[in-house]
Every structure is written in C-alpha cells, then in structure tokens.
Design a protein around this ligand. Structure first.
Ligand code: ATP
Ligand code: MG
Length: 561
C-alpha cells in the first residue's frame, strides 16, 4: 500500500533566505523560538517551531530556544519543563543551552541607563489611567508627559531607586522618549521598565523592576546574534520600535524581524488564555488532556511528531492567514499512522457469539500480519474459540437492505477467520439480546464459500482469551467551527458535551504487551494509542482514540482538484 502524498506548501521566509544566499549574503542563519513560559505549547506554536528549527536545519544554521520570561507572576518551572519536552518530542534540538531573556537583565538595565544618558528615556510618574489618557488614539496625537523633560541626573537617580526597591508596584515606570505624536502608538513613549515586587523563577528576588516585552525581545535577539527574527503578524506594528532600540543602542548586531500569519484551526481555540481557562475550570483534565490542542495533549492522544511536522509543511507559511480545516491535520495524522501503526482487533461494544457447531474446548490459533504492507512488523496470533465477541453495531435484528454485516439468517466473514451464519438470537425476559447462536462454515478459512457471495467482514475477539481494556473515545472539544469568534457568546457555551466517552472494550490478546504510547489501528474502528500515563502493560490496558478511519478531507480535496 502506498503512503498518501504530503505536499509541502510554499514558505515565503525560506524563499527569502534562498534569495539572500543567491545574492551573496552568505551569513550563517541563526533563528530562535521564543516562548513565554506561561502555559503549554499548542499546535500554533508547532508551526513556529517547525519554521524556526526547520530553517536552521535546512541552511546549516542554529536555532536557539529562548524563554521570553519578563512576566514572572504568570510563569513557572512547570511550563519551562513542558515546553522543552515538547520541542524535543517534535524532533528538534536547540543549539547550546536553553536561554532565558532573564540572562540578559543586567545588560538590558545597562542599556536602559544608556538611553537615559543620551536623553532618550525618562522616569514617568503618571498613573496607568493618566498614561492611557495621555497616549491619544489612533486618530489623535498623544500629549507629552509632564515628567518628560526631567534632567539626565534626576532620571538616573530615580531609575536607580526603582531598582533599589524604594517604590511600590506601579508607582513609576521608565519610558523611552520617542514621539507622542507618532501615528504608530507603539512609538508614543513606550514603557521600558515596570516596578514589580515579584520573585522570578530564574533570578529569584534579585530584581523588583522588569523590562517590557518590547525592550527585551530585539535586544535579546541582538545579544544572541539572531539573523532572522521570525514572529507572528501581531508584531508587525512593533517592528519600528524593535528597530528603534537597535538603532539607538550599542548592540552587537542588528537582527531583522519578519512576520508571518498565525495558524488558526477550526473547531479549536489556540489562545493560551482560553486554554488556561479550560484547565483552571476543570473542563479538561489538565494541559495535556487528549482533547487539548496542546502539543502534549496531542501527544497523549496519539499524534506522531512526524504527523505534526507534515501538517506544518502542508499548511506552509504566508502572510495571508485564514483558518485551516481540522480535516487537514487528521489527514496528516492518518497518513502517518496508516504506515506506522500495527493492526489489532478490538471490540468496543461487545455482543456474545456462540459457534454452535464448534467443538467444546477446541481452540485454533490463527495468525495475521501485524501490518498489511510491513512484513518487519511480524505476525500476531488470534485464538479462535467457541465463544467470541463481535461489535453490537455489526449486528441488526431487522436489517435494512444492503446491511452486509450479521443478521438473523445472514452470513458474514469474521476477519482473518471463517464465515459464520446467525441462526438464533437469545434474549432475556426484557428483550435484551444476550447472545447470538451462529454456525461456522469449516470450508471458508482463507477462501470464499462455495456457490454464494458473502460481502461483509466483521472483526471479533475470543471471549475466552480476549482482555478487557478501558477505551477513551474522544471527539472534538467544540461543536462549532469557530468557538471564539462570537462576541456575544462565551466560547465555553460551544463545548461538545460528548467530547469524551469511556467504554469497556475487549481486545485481542496480543495487546496485553502494548507499551504506553504504542499506536494501533483497531481494524475497522480507528487509530488508538495506549495512554501515556494510565496504561499498564499486561495489567490495566487503557487506549485513547486518536482519530477515526474515515478520511473526508482527502476525498473533498480530490473532488475539488
Ligand atoms: P501570549 O504571548 O499571549 O502568551 P503566544 O501564543 O504569543 O501567547 P508565546 O509563548 O509568546 O505565546 O509564543 C511563542 C512564539 O510562538 C511566538 O513567536 C509566537 O509568535 C508563536 N506563535 C504563537 N501562537 C502561534 C500561532 N497560532 N501560529 C503560529 N505561531 C504562533
Ligand atoms: Mg507572545
């Protein structure tokens, strides 16, 4: 069986670098991925990771992992650890040690002093509310702060007192002196430092003033010798400020910022704030719940790193944005799992079948390849016994026409085994089906029955040797395509109440040795992965449904194409 084709879409940043090289600008490419450790990474971050690390790989350069940690009250070591693990799991290694913007706090402080000395920064005492009023609007210029013309000496003294802890939170800020009338609001004397008496996960209690994102990011890039500072489009308006700092400070080099469109996926929210809310409100069981679009949630769900990288190739990189269909992600996932997942038979909703013409106590060990196309995966043994389970969905007492599965008087093939016919339905007093009495045709193992056609094939498990498993059936977390686009409706109102259903299933015995995170195709059902934490080989089997088998997205694309 051939693997479906994953076609890489265009990537304008990659093309830009190719052109720079052709023009003889032969510098080594150095990129960075700069997460803020205030939550887990999500599928949108995967796009940024694949882009930054992918470019470094392709052009023989470096990619740094730098935590943008200027907001200590929202950040934590837990998030740092999870982010590092996710980047590695996706298949990427950063160059050198993990870096922190906080490593550069002393240098940033010196540069702030440098701006004060050159008359380009001042300590301002306007309240937050006054500051908003003075800032102006998109159509109206701002007003200069009354503190704007302080002397260099006074500013140096004040800033030094801010650092020494002489003032409470919010009392004063350090601002750049740029232009209160600039049409770009980011240039209207932006804040460089705030007072925050707050422990920091890296620097402890050393600092009680923290630099703003804007004052930190570009200079950190410059310190690290970043050549291509790639970020999402919401930072486009910040670029003039990014460049202003580099032009007005004695930085060792001048990185160039390039923006691309964020990834948006339908049926999914990728705002960290909203994901945090889902966790804090207990809507899901933590950041790595298999329903979360976080990298660790997707990992737990059964996604492969390759499927996420392939997906990022398929969506490409551009500045136009738009919403990507979740079906495309599932397509990348199925394409990889089709090739890499072993096959197994598992009955999710068991109904008992008794083979009446099978001798009491007789057992046959049938075998089947673990993968139809990959011999190296070996064979599995499927014990066949008098009592079996099939899925209750594969039986109908009063079937419609074209129901090719099991029904009274009707024949069906048991996958990898014989053809059986249902002769009798046994029920309890309340009419509930207890078992199906069937007979098998001994002449049908590996060959078609004589003189008649049997169209349907169903999967089965020996009732004697099958092993129970908890199977968690996941559906989309949201019921609507764009859960957070409606201003009047809370995104939580769009939650799918059936996003998780737990069933007791019966598995073929080979699954007893499945290890945590092993992935399988449960034949005729879908792709499943042994839970990373709760699955115990041999003792307690727990599988998560990764994705169903049906691929509507690929079919729609074929029709369109
Ligand atoms: P916030 O800053 O609000 O906490 P964020 O999603 O921007 O959230 P960061 O940790 O700052 O999170 O992001 C790290 C990097 O990932 C940034 O360069 C950011 O541009 C990029 N990124 C974040 N979300 C997406 C997305 N949906 N698509 C592509 N890149 C993204
Ligand atoms: Mg951000």
């Amino acid at each position: 069986m051939s693997q479906p084709e994953i076609i890489a879409a265009t990537n304008f940043i990659r093309n830009m670098i190719v052109q720079q090289r052709e023009a003889g600008q032969q510098q080594k490419v150095i990129t960075r991925f700069p997460p803020e450790p205030n939550g887990f990474l999500h599928i949108g971050h995967a796009k940024s990771i694949c882009l930054n690390f992918g470019i470094a790989q392709e052009f023989g350069g470096d990619c740094h992992l730098r935590f943008d940690d200027t907001n200590p009250e929202k950040e934590s070591q837990e998030f740092i650890d999870a982010i590092k693990e996710d980047v590695n799991w996706l298949g990427f290694e950063w160059t050198g040690d993990v870096r922190f913007a906080s490593d550069y706090f002393e240098q940033l402080y010196d540069w702030a002093v440098n701006l004060i000395n050159t008359g380009k920064a001042y300590v301002c005492e306007l309240s937050a509310e006054q500051m908003r009023e003075y800032r102006g609007t998109l159509t109206e210029a701002g007003t200069n702060s009354p503190f704007r013309e302080r002397s260099v000496e006074e500013n140096l003294a004040e800033f030094s007192k801010m650092r020494a802890g002489d003032y409470p939170d919010g009392a004063k800020v350090l601002r750049a002196k740029i232009d209160m009338a600039s049409p770009n609001i980011n240039l209207r004397d932006p804040i460089l430092y705030r007072i925050r008496h707050q422990e920091h996960h890296q620097t402890g209690s050393k600092w009680c003033i923290y630099p703003s994102y804007d004052f930190t990011h570009g200079q950190s890039d410059a310190i690290e010798g970043i050549t291509h500072s790639i970020c999402t489009l919401e930072f486009e308006d910040h670029r003039p400020l990014y460049e202003w700092f580099l032009d007005n400070l004695p930085v060792p080099c001048k990185p160039v910022q390039t923006e691309f469109a964020r990834l948006n996926l339908n049926y999914t929210v990728t705002s960290k704030r909203k994901l945090k809310l889902l966790v804090d409100e207990g809507v899901v069981n933590g950041w790595d719940d298999p329903r979360m679009p976080t990298i660790s949630g997707m990992r737990r769900r059964g996604y492969t790193p390759k499927s996420l990288r392939d997906f990022c190739d398929m969506i490409g990189v551009n500045r136009a944005g738009g919403v990507v269909d979740l079906g495309m992600l599932y397509f990348a996932l199925r394409s990889d799992l089709e090739h890499s997942a072993k096959r197994a038979m598992v009955v999710l909703n068991p109904i008992k079948v008794v083979i009446t013409n099978w001798e009491e106590g007789r057992e046959e060990l049938l075998t089947s390849p673990s993968h139809p196309a990959r011999e190296e995966f070996g064979q599995r043994t499927l014990p066949f016994t008098k009592e079996l389970y099939i899925d209750s969905d594969d039986f109908m007492e009063e079937p419609p026409k074209k129901f090719f599965r099991l029904a009274p008087g009707q024949e069906v093939r048991l996958r990898n085994a014989w053809v059986i016919r249902c002769d009798e339905v046994i029920k309890d007093a309340a009419g509930k089906i207890l078992e199906l009495r069937c007979s098998y045709d001994p002449e049908t193992l590996g060959k078609n029955p004589e003189g008649r056609k049997v169209k349907g094939v169903v999967h089965w498990v020996s009732a004697t040797h099958g092993i129970p498993a908890e199977v968690r059936l996941y559906e989309n977390l949201f019921q609507v395509e764009s859960p957070d686009s409606d201003k009047d409706v809370d995104f939580l109102d769009h939650l799918n109440p059936d996003s998780l259903t737990v069933v007791e299933a019966i598995c073929e015995p080979s699954l007893a040795s499945a290890q945590a995170e092993d992935r399988f195709q449960f034949e005729r059902v879908g792709y499943f992965s042994a839970d990373r934490y709760d699955h115990q080989p041999g003792t307690k089997l727990v599988f998560n449904r990764t994705v169903g088998l049906k691929d509507s997205w690929a079919k729609i694309q074929q029709k369109k194409g």
